[in-house]
Write a protein that binds this ligand. Structure first.
Ligand code: UDH
Ligand code: NGS
Length: 339
């Protein structure tokens, strides 16, 4: 037998190596192309998925607007308030296009933290009301509040009753919208700083803490007159305000007593943020100091559970929705002694 030539076996080994390399190349190419195909496949599925999501987005309702921030970015701080030029309400309306009929406003870009009814006890103070609307609408909008303005107009010329009108405002505003906060404001008080937020707090709030007419000082710690804010719960807890303070004075001290007897306290902004201008005026007819006020405030504890929201009676004579406010004219009856 002849021995195989060493050159022939080398040739065979080389051929095997070439075949092996070719096979390796084919397998690698197959895997490579298979991989690309997978990617392409994924691309199509993702694309279809995103189209699907887009279609879905157009059929599902728009997302809820985000909640407004705790501090509105629109606030400017101290304001220049003066009463020398008369106010034209048509102009004021044009300057506040986002205010809806009846004096309602809801922030456009975010969901307000509170729904606030502003209640103004009123009779024969048209000039003051115009200033109030002129100054307050821009402020309340910058505060990003969902609010409505309710002017509660006492019908007739009998003795004025500020606290009872405010009880009426509470009851009537709730028939209009699901308010959770109530700001009670005299018509002649204008805040001098828009950081004084017309919103409710964990405790009843006294907003008009330093009024120009009172030398920008709080005359006494328990004062709760002028402009105040109570949540619906706080207001109901104290059975609302007293109905039987006819004439000037004392009703705010009774409210202050109710707050204390119901184990709440008064919260306030500081004396800078809490600055107010009061529109100068003389004492109104039929709002003379009430001679019974000292006796009444001495008995708040005994009277508060029977005189208030649970004993409120009145008759709405007219409700008018103007572009910048709602005015509700009411018959609130007469003081007991003459009814
Ligand atoms: N109010 C009316 N009409 C009235 C009486 C009172 O709208 O006839 C309302 C109004 O919102 C007013 C609030 O009740 O802001 C409080 O009444 P007020 O302004 O008479 O009380 P105030 O303590 O003044 O501010 C008392 C008389 C001050 C005489 C000052 C003389 N320089
Ligand atoms: C008190 C009155 C309050 C009144 C406060 C401030 O004396 O009703 O003065 O009045 N209380 C009584 O009379 C019992 S002010 O200076 O703003 O006219 O809110």
């Amino acid at each position: 037998m002849m021995e195989p030539l060493p050159g022939a076996s080398l040739q065979k080994a080389c051929r095997l190596l070439v075949i092996f390399c070719a096979l390796h190349l084919v397998v690698t190419m197959v895997y490579y192309l298979a991989g690309r195909d997978l990617d392409i496949f994924q691309y199509f599925t993702e694309n279809q998925q995103s189209q699907h999501d887009w279609k879905n987005a157009s059929t599902t309702p728009a997302a809820e607007p985000h909640v407004c921030p705790e501090t509105s970015p629109l606030l400017v701080g101290p304001l220049n308030i003066e009463f020398s030029n008369p106010v034209d309400l048509e102009e004021t309306k044009k300057e506040n296009p986002a205010v809806r009929d009846g004096g309602r406003h809801t922030p456009k870009d975010c969901q307000a933290l509170q729904k606030v009814a502003v209640i103004i006890p009123f009779r024969h103070r048209d000039k003051h009301l115009k200033y109030w609307l002129y100054y307050l609408h821009p402020i309340l909008q910058r505060q990003q509040l969902d609010y409505g303005v309710y002017v509660i107009n006492q019908d007739g010329e009998e003795t004025f009753n500020r606290a009872k009108l405010m009880n009426v405002g509470f009851a009537e505003a709730l028939k209009d919208y699901d308010y959770d906060c109530f700001v009670f404001s005299d018509v002649d008080l204008i805040p001098m700083d828009d950081r004084n937020i017309y919103k409710c707090n964990s405790q009843p709030r006294h907003l008009s803490v330093s009024v120009d007419k009172l030398g920008f000082r709080l005359p006494y710690q328990q004062l709760f007159g002028g402009v105040t804010a109570l949540s619906k719960d706080q207001f109901q807890k104290i059975n609302g305000f007293p109905n039987n303070y006819w004439g000037w004075g004392g009703e705010d001290d009774d409210i202050s007593n109710r707050i204390r007897y119901n184990k709440m306290s008064i919260s306030r902004p500081n004396a800078i943020i809490g600055k107010y201008r009061m529109i100068q005026h003389f004492r109104d007819a039929k709002n003379e100091p009430n001679p019974q006020r000292f006796d009444r405030i001495a008995h708040t504890k005994e009277t508060m559970n029977s005189d208030g929201l649970n004993s409120l009676s009145y008759e709405v004579l007219k409700t008018e929705k103007y572009p910048l406010y709602t005015i509700i004219t009411v018959n609130i009856g007469l003081p007991k002694s003459i009814s």
